[in-house]
Design a protein around this ligand. Sequence first.
Ligand code: ZOZ
Ligand code: NAI
Length: 517
Amino acid sequence: MDIFLETTMEKAKKQYRGAQAPIACIEAVKGAVQKPYQQGIEKERQLFQSLWATGQPQAQQYAFFSERNVGKWTHPSGGRWDTVAPKPVHTAAVIGLGTMGRGIVTSLAKAHIPVVALEQDAQQLEIGKKAVNGLLEREAEKLIKQGLAPGSTLASVRFTLDFADLRDADLVIEAVYENMELKKEIFRKLTSVCKPDAFLCTNTSGLNIDEIASVTKNPHLVIGTHFFSPANIMKLLEVVRGHHTSLTTIATAMNLGKTLGKVSVLVGNCPSFVGNRLLSPYLDQASYLLEEGCYPEDVDKALEDFGFAMGPFRMMDLAGLDIGWRSRMERGLAGNKVPLGTPARQREGKRYCPLADLLCENGRLGQKTGKGWYQYEKLGGRIAQPDPWVKDFLQKYRNTHQIKQRPATPEMILECCLYALVNEGFHVLEDGIASGPEDIDVIYNNGYGWPKYRGGPMYYASTVGLTKVLDVLDKYYKENPDVPSMKPAFLLKKLAMVGEPPLKEWRTQVGNPDSKL
Ligand SMILES: CCCCCCCC(=O)CC(=O)SCCNC(=O)CCNC(=O)[C@H](O)C(C)(C)COP(=O)(O)OP(=O)(O)OC[C@H]1O[C@@H](n2cnc3c(N)ncnc32)[C@H](O)[C@@H]1OP(=O)(O)O
Ligand SMILES: NC(=O)C1=CN([C@@H]2O[C@H](COP(=O)(O)OP(=O)(O)OC[C@H]3O[C@@H](n4cnc5c(N)ncnc54)[C@H](O)[C@@H]3O)[C@@H](O)[C@H]2O)C=CC1
């Protein structure tokens, strides 16, 4: 067996929990590597449907086949993008070489697409160049191990400060700070320097695609291509359709994901899209647990024992705490836009936890600054160690605000965090932002280190039992009416009421929402 196949098999075994993984899954992974899409997706869909016919498929089988068939379950009212030919991407450009940009450049180069990489000033360009070169060297090492010559398999990367150098790019991916005015400024420049038919993509983690598109001459060529951190590793590409985005643009972005070896999932345009929209109440719950007596390592341990690759605090340190902070400042929830006299732990009448903001104000942005919820061995280090500073800071904070302490068992941690996440998943389905529960599961399995052997959050809820999820949410919400994200979603109540139909039938219970897809 060659090394590439061997590595992929090892990864599959790890993701699907080794011996528990059904042989069929492992064999299918092997087949998929050797003969990609040779037998056609239709055959797999039939296989998956026959699995459903025998009852609820095993979580691993469900996760595997959902991933291979994502986007094929329904043909959203927005149009059949999958019947339209994608445009080829011969050259690409990436703007901003921070945490995300450097990984995106690496993914493109690995997929044989030459890239122009642009930064804002010479210093940032130098830092970005060093980081990209480091990642490319690592890729080259892997190719050498496989007996391949890196020169012929990694495309070239050209570094620049000049927007004029983007004039030949077929597709541009913007990955600058999460700030609407800055993104608009960049898109104004792009629309004037790029080819008239260039696709203009934004890697925003949650800003309005339509507002970004509004400053361009061709809003139908604008689309969200939301990568996940580390962008050269994580397999998910959330493709966000704007109001004016054309079917060709969607088809091209979806196809780009496939070319990069990623799983593309089409979602609608709403604040934070799908993945991060579910993440927000999950992270809120994790932060409330800290206010009430837990430490980051307690919460992370419970979720990592559940199977997550990283608990919420290690994950935030990886992504960078400043992203959420910038977004909250833009929304007037943090920073100097907060009206004077606003209580520290309340915003717009709802419970608010300012802990992450306070960490950012202390320069603790996560791995990139060597300190966040944990401390790291160096700037950009990856080994998370509990930090006495954080412990002390949390104790002082709890005393200052006289917060009632609540001992939390691992079960309570799981219920609070996971049910909050799942509840938002039902809202997303109600709003027509994702085409079905399978898409949400694929997003979590591939973008957030959710344990595939548990199927995905929506599948997991179906195995816990929707009535149980509903009861726990109901109880929590009654005790905490200032946390509206825990108010059970209408669709969850409806599904529990009609006798908890299997997941494959949930879509019919949603009715016909105004699909944003
Ligand atoms: C305030 C926040 C609010 C949200 C803000 C917006 C954010 C967004 O819009 C969306 C996001 O991206 S959210 C973050 C999503 N990412 C995750 O949840 C990551 C979860 N972690 C994992 O999957 C694995 O631990 C991971 C894959 C990282 C590592 O896997 P393993 O544990 O199996 O480790 P290895 O097998 O040793 O490594 C595999 C490859 O990953 C590289 N790597 C490991 N740790 C890393 C790290 N900390 N940073 C960067 N790269 C890392 C590692 O080098 C290896 O790469 P190769 O050697 O090239 O294969
Ligand atoms: N960090 C994460 O986990 C994820 C972030 N995102 C999104 O990706 C975008 C970038 O985030 P990060 O890479 O984390 O930020 P970052 O702060 O690590 O990097 C941003 C980079 O943009 C550069 N930049 C700023 N203004 C520029 C300009 N005018 N021209 C060229 N370059 C400029 C900066 O110098 C910096 O290197 C944001 O929209 C963020 O919401 C999306 C998914 C995950």
